[in-house]
Design a protein around this ligand. Structure first.
Ligand code: GAP
Length: 511
């Protein structure tokens, strides 16, 4: 299956099984806006819960807040978003389609990277087990040529972005002979900057209305509450404020399903520290966040760090944790050393003192900030796409299975009476009622049991409990593991303790 086919499967599976629907679908949808269905909403909640447990519940010095989406417009002046939250846009004169100039160049680089992957795959096939990938990449003349090309493009690209040089950026698009994917032509307009914030109005009459923005990041709600939280929590530096909430960006290149949306959710944490200690905390949070991702049992080779060459206006160091999505390695989470930029600017724009007093050293200072920021929807896509598999079974059939980390699965257990008579449904419902106090459980008696197993596999349910005639006689049931499909016969107490240990949050987060 090609990566495009795989990605199409991910999107159609998400819709067919109640995870993600296009928004306003009966009105032909709204571009780059999505709704989460019954299973998607649960999966999302479970991801939030997993993040909150790790970031807030297990850290005595991190608290969680929920600030408003609408905020005073001066906040976005102070944060730099009004002046600098722009994308460089370019139009193709023939197709009239609009693109992000930087994304056109990044896509061009990805195409060269794909050529390298193809060369590697070919060589791997030829040399089999003796293949040394590292050596091949560092010595094969064609691969080296591609790598040199990428390096050159990267250098020019970062320089043009750093210098805000839109003329050079356009020249790069022309020199690289990048064509419009729709018209196939190289007939480009000049590049213009476009602000990504959505504007709205507050107030009843148009004359008195105040221009507002929908927040493009949740972080500013944390900065403007720094003093409130510090005073009421009495936390001492270093400490963190976390928040999960919606953010809005008028993305121009809004594609790749829920990867880049116009309305999305972020899970952010701002860690307030003493100036000068930022590099120490930067390394610590890089390590901590990667460990959190790996605790979910996804292979380490699917993650990589990418250091930012062009730093955002507020940062003195920044990197992304990238994930191998079906369309390649892309940003999943950002870790940014934001200096004292935000607090200092809010102090300036609000004329309120925003300082921290250290009563041990008698020092008063503006804290520095280390930020971890992950897109909830991207995390959803990472987990979901990585979990979807098609397995060839021995009987020649294909099994579609969603191997979600069981701690995140929307339904943890399905209770299935083997048949709909002989007292089996009654006993199954009794077990269902008992287990639903602790877990998300469903009861299903429709269709043959094999079909019911397949349906649960496709939903990502890690355990199926089947009640059969022997259950009536001796109180045992079978428990089927989604991934291995192995069934074990156990007493209800044994089943409960097996599930309890499999879903023990401590075991997961300590991994
Ligand atoms: N407060 C810092 C900040 O917002 P960012 O790198 O712009 O930094 C952080 O965004 C994370 O939010 C990204 O790593 C990504 O996971 C997610 N994100 C950003 N834009 C997004 C979009 N349009 N759709 C979905 N997720 C997005």
């Amino acid at each position: 299956m090609t990566s495009e086919e795989k990605f199409k499967k991910v999107i159609s599976h998400a819709k067919e099984y109640g995870f993600v629907f296009p928004s306003s679908e009966i009105y032909d949808g709204l571009s780059a806006v999505y709704d989460y269905g019954q299973n998607g909403a649960s999966l999302k909640n479970n991801i939030k819960d997993y993040w909150l447990k790790a970031m807030v519940q297990l850290n005595d010095n991190i608290v969680n807040i929920d600030s408003a989406i609408l905020m005073h417009p001066s906040i976005w002046k102070a944060s730099g978003h009004v002046d600098a939250f722009n994308d460089p846009l370019i139009d193709n004169k023939d197709s009239k389609k609009r693109y992000r100039a930087d994304v056109l160049i990044e896509d061009h680089i990805s195409k060269i990277e794909k050529k390298i992957d193809k060369e590697v795959a070919k060589a791997q096939k030829k040399f089999g087990e003796n293949f040394d990938k590292e050596k091949y990449i560092s010595t094969n003349p064609r691969v080296l040529q591609y790598l040199d090309k990428i390096k050159l493009i990267h250098n020019d690209f970062s320089k043009a972005l750093d210098d805000d040089d839109l003329v050079s950026l356009k020249k790069m698009i022309e020199d690289l002979e990048i064509v419009c994917p729709v018209s196939g032509s190289k007939n480009w307009t000049d590049i213009k900057q476009f602000n990504l914030m959505f504007g709205t109005k507050l107030g009843a009459s148009s004359e008195n209305a105040m221009d507002l923005y929908l927040r493009p990041e949740t972080a500013q709600g944390i900065f403007v509450n720094f003093l409130n939280v510090q005073k009421t929590s009495r936390l001492k530096i270093p400490f963190g404020i976390a928040q999960i909430g919606k953010a809005f960006r008028n993305e121009i290149v809004a594609r790749q399903f829920i990867f880049r949306m116009r309305e999305f959710e972020q899970m952010e944490m701002q860690f307030f520290i003493k100036p000068g200690t930022q590099m120490e905390w930067y390394s610590k949070w890089k390590e901590t966040r990667l460990k959190w991702h790996l605790s979910l049992g996804i292979k380490a080779e699917n993650y990589r760090f990418h250091d930012h060459e062009k730093l955002a206006h507020y940062a003195d160091a920044a990197c992304d944790i990238e994930f191998k999505f079906p369309f390649g390695f892309k940003e999943l989470e950002g870790i940014h050393s934001r200096t004292d930029f935000d607090l200092t600017n809010h102090e300036k724009f609000s004329s309120k003192k925003i300082k921290y007093f250290d009563n041990q050293t008698n020092e008063r200072y503006t804290p520095y900030v280390l930020e971890t920021s992950i897109g909830l929807d991207r995390m959803f896509l990472a987990i979901f796409s990585n979990s979807l598999e098609e397995e060839d079974l021995k009987d020649g059939s294909i099994r579609t299975v969603l191997k979600l980390p069981s701690i995140l699965a929307p339904i943890k257990i399905a209770i299935l009476p083997l048949i709909k008579k002989d007292g089996l449904p009654e006993l199954a419902k009794k077990i269902f009622k008992k287990l639903k106090w602790d877990y998300e459980v469903i009861y299903d008696e429709k269709d043959a049991v094999g079909r019911r197993y397949r349906r649960q596999d496709a939903l990502g349910t890690p355990f199926c409990i089947t009640v059969d005639h022997q259950s009536i006689e001796d109180g045992t049931v079978t428990i089927r593991d989604r991934d291995s499909m192995i069934q074990e016969r156990l007493t209800i107490d044994e089943v409960t303790s097996k599930i309890k240990s499999a879903l023990n949050i401590q075991t997961w987060l300590k991994a």
